[in-house]
Ligand binder design. Structure first.
Ligand code: UN1
Length: 511
């Protein structure tokens, strides 16, 4: 077994088996950089799911009675344990999912950050008081634990997205059942085991549960399960529509964090070097597989040609290869299917009149070192829209490093184009002008229609302190910082009559 897996204790986990032993009832986790198997993972079936739910329900009854700051203490120790294995866990993310190691480590750091945030939050789950209209009455709100919650995560952030949900959910008094992507199950097992074991050692067994299973067997059950008052799901808009409909059908709560089709606007007065650097990271980072990746670029017509030249030369310096090699900037795309989707989007863009300025296809395996030849590598691609500025393919999110470039004359036009897609996750403007920045962030709502709006920063790389999520087809959910914790609790409005009189609101007399 890979020594990284041993260091993370995965050799002792009964779910993890040699890849050669995987057969019915198991899957193989594949290293996208080499196309080689890493290990096999046993799948949970419907019975195992039932047992998990029962454990989680039992654990919830105990966990909710633990004072929130004491729950915070458990989370503090979990965060510290991730600190201790930051490099290894980050490397596992990189090994299993293909993002470069610096980003893998950054992802685990995001979980550590949200753990720290949650520790502080555990003493700040505050409700407000409000004056009652009746004499000798008092009104206040309190926030109560919700129950066991389902967390469904995608392959691209196999550690941190669970972290956002689980660290907050835990201090809020909920218990977690995590269903990770079948593409990155080893990261999920390693991540969950650390939290599970610390909680267990401190006397809180069952707070962090994991189910790894097929959608038919486990996913659909979980989404439809009334015993899970909250389902937090991250993934495609298609998946979110399904989850949203089923959870709404049982009147449960849903927290959806779905696709994005994020745009960057560059004004003529922007710091162009900074805009180039940020745009490159936004569009090629994680091989274009972040929900926050920059997919569309709107350039003021007066700087468009020069900016494209700078971007093309920056793309020329991108080192593609083994994500665990410190010199690599872009690793493999997750699968051959994903590479095929990348190719069809480019073919469509060309048919629609788009001009390929950089990249445009797969990386020829012959040019790669031998161990990487079975991985799927694609060239970060820039496609400029035709003179008509119309490129229908850009309305869709393709989970790959393709950046579509458009031009505009007036800022209003750029903002309108930016807002013209179905998704509403992230958006950015580069400008030196207070007026342009103000229009982009117009408090009337006439500016960016996204959940995240950046000025002089790219569309990806959010800090955990803010609420993370987006509008429209992105699903409307908010995770991570600010008051996103409220999604993990239920609100109770409490009114107490401490007088001797029977009194009705609205002055109603009933005698
Ligand atoms: C995702 O791609 O699902 O803002 C999450 C970012 C990261 C999170 C991305 N902090 O790019």
């Amino acid at each position: 077994m890979h020594e990284l897996l041993t260091r993370l204790g995965l050799d002792r986990d009964p779910r993890v088996i040699p890849a050669s032993d995987a057969g019915d009832g198991s899957i193989v986790s594949v290293n996208p950089a080499t196309g080689l198997p890493i290990a096999g993972v046993r799948l949970d079936n419907a019975d195992a799911y039932e047992q998990t739910i029962t454990r989680s329900q039992e654990a919830f009854k105990r966990w909710r009675t633990v004072p929130a700051p004491k729950r915070g203490e458990v989370v503090r120790q979990i965060g510290n344990a991730y600190r201790d294995c930051l490099e290894d866990l980050g490397s596992l993310v990189s090994l299993e999912m293909g993002k470069i190691k610096a980003e893998g480590i950054g992802e685990v750091q995001e979980t550590i950050d949200i753990a720290d945030f949650a520790v502080g939050l555990s003493r700040q789950l505050t409700g407000i008081t409000m004056p009652s209209e009746r004499p000798l009455h008092a009104m206040r709100e309190q926030w109560l634990p919700l129950g066991p919650m389902g967390v469904i995560t995608a392959f691209n952030f196999p550690n941190a997205v669970w972290g956002w949900n689980a660290m907050l959910g835990a201090v809020c008094g909920d218990t977690m059942i995590w269903k990770p992507s079948l593409i990155a199950p080893l990261t999920a097992i390693a991540t969950n085991n650390i939290a599970r074991d610390i909680a267990k050692d401190l006397g809180h067994e069952g707070v962090f549960e994991l189910v790894i299973g097929l959608d038919d067997e486990v996913g659909e059950r979980m989404v439809a399960d009334r015993r899970l008052p909250l389902i937090s799901a991250t993934g495609s808009c298609r998946m979110g529509r399904r989850v949203g409909a089923v959870v709404a059908g049982r009147l449960g709560k849903c927290l959806l964090e779905l696709g994005g089709n994020n745009a960057v606007i560059v004004e003529a007065d922007a710091d162009l070097d900074m805009a180039v650097k940020s745009t490159v990271f936004g569009s090629v980072g994680t091989c274009g597989q972040r929900c926050t990746s920059s997919r569309r670029l709107f350039l003021h017509e007066s700087i468009a040609d020069g900016f494209c030249d700078k971007l093309v030369s920056a793309y020329g310096t991108i080192r593609i290869g083994d994500p665990l090699d410190d010199n690599t900037l872009v690793g493999p795309i997750i699968s051959d299917d994903a590479a095929a989707q990348f190719e069809s989007a480019i073919a469509l863009a060309k048919q629609q009149g788009g001009e390929v300025l950089a990249g445009g296809g797969r990386v020829d395996p012959a040019g790669l070192p031998e161990p990487l030849r079975k991985g799927s590598y694609v060239q970060p691609t820039i496609i400029r829209a035709p003179g008509s500025n119309k490129l229908p393919v850009a309305q869709e999110e393709t989970f790959a490093p393709i950046l579509y470039v458009f031009t505009y004359r007036e800022l209003e036009e750029a903002i309108a184009m930016q807002n013209s897609v179905d998704q509403g996750l992230s958006s950015a403007i580069f400008t030196g002008s207070v007026r342009s920045a103000g229009r982009f962030l117009d408090p009337s709502g006439a500016g960016s229609d996204c959940g995240l709006a950046y000025v002089n920063l790219g569309t990806s790389g959010a800090e955990i302190g803010g609420a993370f999520g987006g509008e429209k087809d992105t699903g409307g959910g908010r995770e991570s910082g600010s008051d996103a914790w409220k999604a993990y609790m239920r609100r109770q409005t409490c009114t107490t009559n401490f007088g001797d009189e029977f009194a009705l609101a609205q002055g109603i007399r009933f005698e």
